[in-house]
Design a protein around this ligand. Structure first.
Ligand code: FES
Length: 185
């Protein structure tokens, strides 16, 4: 006899499972009244919480690893750095302790150059050719001129003077043209 003519077997007796391949919605975490199973709801809430916490943690790490910009002019506009004898003639710039400044004492005299990269404010380091920025690779010549970007302007030079007690003073709020040297007998 063909399937077409076969009578429908009717509803299954209670407790008996049929061959139907479709899942029973009640056994899939939904209650018969349409609301979600509380344990499933809790799991989803916890998963959302962990996802949000993870995202915030990654964002915090990213912010912490961002380059730290230096600040001009710093704590005080007039900075006393000690007697000239503290800076013997040398080809190497000397970093002023605790400040973003270098002092150079060459045969032509003294000069004070900013250590703050003009790109985004990272602190440059002396190199045999001048200065290098560790953040995005800018290079500066020994006189502060940009030799490789992304920095677009040279390192600042600052006015220097000598206090009545003989101490060298750097005026971090007054820039001077690159190449300005000071002789302090
Ligand atoms: S901060 Fe120096 S190159 Fe970007």
């Amino acid at each position: 006899m063909s399937e077409k003519g076969k009578p429908h077997p009717g509803p299954l007796p209670q407790g008996e499972k049929g061959d139907c391949p479709h899942p029973d919605p009640v056994s899939q975490g939904e209650k018969g009244d349409g609301s979600a199973d509380p344990s499933r709801r809790d799991f989803l809430a916890r998963a959302a919480g962990w996802t949000a916490a993870g995202t915030l943690a990654f964002a915090a790490v990213g912010v912490a690893r961002m380059p730290k910009p230096g600040v001009l002019p710093g704590k005080s506009a007039e900075l006393k750095v000690g007697p000239p004898g503290n800076f013997p003639v040398s080809a190497d710039p000397v970093r002023v302790a605790g400040r973003n400044l270098f002092i150079l004492h060459g045969a032509e005299g003294f000069c004070a150059i900013s250590a703050i990269c003009t790109h985004l404010g990272c602190i440059v380091a002396p190199t045999p050719q001048g200065f290098a920025c560790p953040c995005h690779g800018s290079l500066f010549a020994a006189d502060g001129k940009v030799t490789r970007g992304p920095a677009g302007s040279p390192l600042a030079w600052f006015e220097m003077s000598r206090a009545p007690d003989g101490t060298l003073v750097i005026h971090t709020n007054r820039t001077v043209p690159a190449g300005t040297r000071y002789q302090f007998a």
